[in-house]
Design a protein around this ligand. Structure first.
Ligand code: SF4
Length: 408
């Protein structure tokens, strides 16, 4: 038995509670439920107010990027809450293993926790072989369950974001809850992989909430992955857009998964890497693409709009940037902007974390070429900083939305 497996078996046997940050609320609710079946109890933490940000600023050097500051702060706030046995609590984050600072977040957390929480292990969930001993073992069934969870989570995120714009929140919340209960009862069992049946069930539940009447202005959100999806990190951007009478459009989480997968092919083509794994990765990519296309196909005959096709996203990206640019979210950000604009989502918010050089270059830095290609695009970059309030962001958004509503 490997060291890694022995370590995680020990945590499960001792009934450890594992805290995870709230990135995509729908997806993480489902995935944490599944991973709790391993014996460890996963708790998705959902901070509110300023405290977690202040704790993060105290614990992490303030030139670090915004996501590490707020995630560390949220962990510290939760660990101090008195709700957990600190000898049986761990924290876990997901990592992609790219060349960016996120690959070093674990050592930053360990340093921040060293004095106050020396017994709290810092764990990783990744597919890249990082932090070998402390990364959750991923067997094929486990990886597949997690991946299908992402697909279904995306499907629900897409339907609910469109439904919230036209129907009362309580009704959509109840529908979402029912769908998640259905998925939680299946995840980890073979019937979870009956994709058509599962997607059909979710769609049937949402059919009464199809967008109707005149379509509201659609506002696309692109940018750094954590800030894009986490309501705490982006100061509840989705809710703000809904309140302003818009329809928020978040790209699928699977689009980021496909982006990471596609970058292996870029490395193969540009640098001759991944020669052995290339054929297998190709098969995985085609399969993943097929699943997303199935999700889109299921929406035919309804007024729900599907996510953009990933091959369209790649083609859009190639018009404005070299796909060898892949630090941070790399070419994906301008690609998503162009793809949104090509499909009529001309109002676009680019979320930018403080201290994130790569995403400033491919986000704010690419607005001019994107606008040259798509003159109708109405793009606003939004900076997120742990020490600032949301007032500036809201003012910038209101200015951008005033143009959106006038159809400029
Ligand atoms: S992409 Fe930006 S926010 Fe993410 S780890 Fe890198 S520097 Fe930090």
């Amino acid at each position: 038995m490997s060291e890694q497996k022995r370590f995680f078996d020990k945590l499960a046997k001792e009934g450890y509670t594992v805290l995870v940050p709230d990135m995509c609320p729908i997806h993480f609710d489902l995935l944490s439920h599944y991973l709790s079946q391993t014996g460890m109890k996963l708790v998705v933490i959902t901070p509110t107010g300023r405290e977690a940000k202040d704790q993060g600023l105290n614990a992490i050097h303030n030139d670090a990027c915004y996501p590490v500051i707020i995630i560390a702060g949220a962990f510290i706030q939760e660990l101090r809450s008195g709700k957990y046995d600190l000898n049986k609590t761990a924290v876990m984050i997901s990592q992609t293993g790219g060349g960016c600072r996120a690959s070093n977040y674990l050592s930053m957390f360990k340093k921040a926790f060293a004095k106050e929480f020396p017994n709290v292990p810092v764990l990783s969930l990744n597919f890249s072989g990082l932090e070998k001993e402390h990364s959750l073992p991923l067997s094929i069934p486990r990886a597949l369950n997690l991946y299908f969870g992402v697909i279904y989570g995306d499907f629900l995120m897409n339907l609910s974001n469109q439904a919230y714009a036209y129907y009362p929140k309580e009704e959509i919340d109840a529908c979402l809850k029912e769908c998640l209960t259905y998925l939680k009862a299946r995840i980890g069992h073979p019937k979870f992989f009956q994709k058509r049946r599962v997607l059909r069930y979710l769609l049937e539940k949402f059919k009464p909430f199809q967008p109707c009447g005149e379509r509201k202005p659609r506002v696309g959100v692109v940018g750094e992955i954590y800030v894009k999806y986490s309501p705490y990190a982006n100061n509840h951007l989705g809710d703000f857009l809904l309140k302003e009478g818009c329809e928020p459009v978040f790209p699928s989480l699977n689009e980021f998964v496909l982006y990471c997968l596609y970058n292996y092919f870029v490395d193969h083509d540009y640098y001759g890497r991944n020669k052995k794994s290339y054929p297998l990765l190709r098969v995985a990519y085609r399969y993943a693409l097929g699943l997303t296309r199935l999700s889109a196909k299921m929406l035919k005959g309804t007024t729900f709009l599907p996510f953009d096709d990933f091959e369209d996203v790649i083609a859009s990206g190639k018009k404005v940037i070299n796909i060898g640019v892949k630090m941070g979210e790399g070419w994906l950000i301008p690609a998503e902007m162009v793809c949104f604009a090509h499909h009529g989502v001309n109002n676009i918010v680019v979320v930018q974390p403080f201290g994130c050089l790569p995403n400033h270059i491919v986000g704010k830095g690419m607005i001019r070429p994107v606008k040259a290609l798509c003159p109708d695009a109405n793009i606003v970059p939004l900076d997120f900083d742990a020490s600032s309030t949301s007032v500036n962001q809201e003012n910038r958004l209101k200015l951008m939305l005033s143009n959106a509503k006038l159809g400029k």
